[in-house]
Ligand binder design. Structure first.
Ligand code: PGA
Length: 252
């Protein structure tokens, strides 16, 4: 059962698919996935490939575009960074914030996730805030506490309206890229906690905030996860790199 009527299927390509591969991906994917008005598909390519994907989906306004990260800063001497304004200018509508790899590989803290969410909203983009516990935290029974802390901290600089319009993804760190998927019930349990916290912040509007599950989603488990109570969509890494499998997931 979905509290949000239009499931969101989001592809996080991470540091995969350059310009040439992305073009081939679109040829394969778009021919297999016809536009549907009962779901939202978002692609998150590398920032260097956003304009290629934007051009390649020009005839497919149903396909939305996002970037995987932006700077906390507006502009200036930050070699190697991309700003939210640049993401907007390149055609992105969404920005991943606080992805597990940003937190655990690059040491990003909650304070930065909060600043990034604020920066993203300032430029008219929608943040997709990711939260999730490590296996050690899960085993210590801290899952709820960890995801609530990440959620509240990440949203701390946002207005009611911005929170209402955003997307949240629950991605247990132990399930990302490991082949070890959470069960639909695991996803539901955590999504209920997140939904209740969002309701505490924005009341009834919390029902319209898509809560995505991510972590080793593939074409075999996507339907069951999507059918789980309180799961409004999926954030997919590895399996989104294959146009055939991604088309299947988008059809699930
Ligand atoms: P995975 O990645 O599907 O490869 O586990 C998910 C993610 O990190 O968003």
């Amino acid at each position: 059962m979905h509290s949000h009527s239009r499931p969101v299927l989001a592809a996080n390509w991470k540091m995969n698919l350059g310009t040439v591969e992305a073009g081939a991906f679109l040829d394969g994917f778009l021919s297999r996935y016809a536009p549907r008005d009962d779901r939202t598909v978002i692609l998150f390519p590398s920032a260097l490939v956003v304009s290629t994907v934007r051009d390649g989906t020009r005839k497919r306004p149903d396909i939305q575009l996002g970037v995987q990260n932006v700077s906390t800063e507006e502009k200036g001497a930050f070699t190697g960074e991309n700003s939210a304004a640049m993401a907007a200018g390149a055609g992105a509508s969404f920005v991943l914030v606080g992805h597990s790899e940003r937190r655990h590989v690059f040491g990003e803290a909650d304070a930065q996730a909060a600043q990034k969410c604020a920066r993203v909203v300032e430029h008219g983009l929608v943040p997709l805030l990711c939260v999730g516990e490590t296996i050690e935290q899960r085993e210590r029974g801290e899952t709820g506490e960890v995801v609530l802390h990440q959620l509240r901290a990440g949203l701390s600089m946002l207005s009611h309206e911005a929170i209402r319009d955003m997307i949240v993804a629950y991605e247990p760190v132990w399930a990302i890229g490991t082949g070890r998927t959470a069960t639909p019930q695991d996803a539901t349990d955590v999504h209920l906690v997140l939904r209740a916290a969002l309701a505490g912040l924005v009341g009834e509007d919390a029902r319209g905030i898509p809560l995505l599950y991510g972590g080793s989603v593939n074409a075999k488990n996507s339907s069951a996860l999507l059918a789980a109570h309180e799961v409004d969509g999926l954030l997919v890494g590895g399996a989104s790199l294959d146009p055939v499998q991604w088309a299947e997931i988008c059809g699930s």
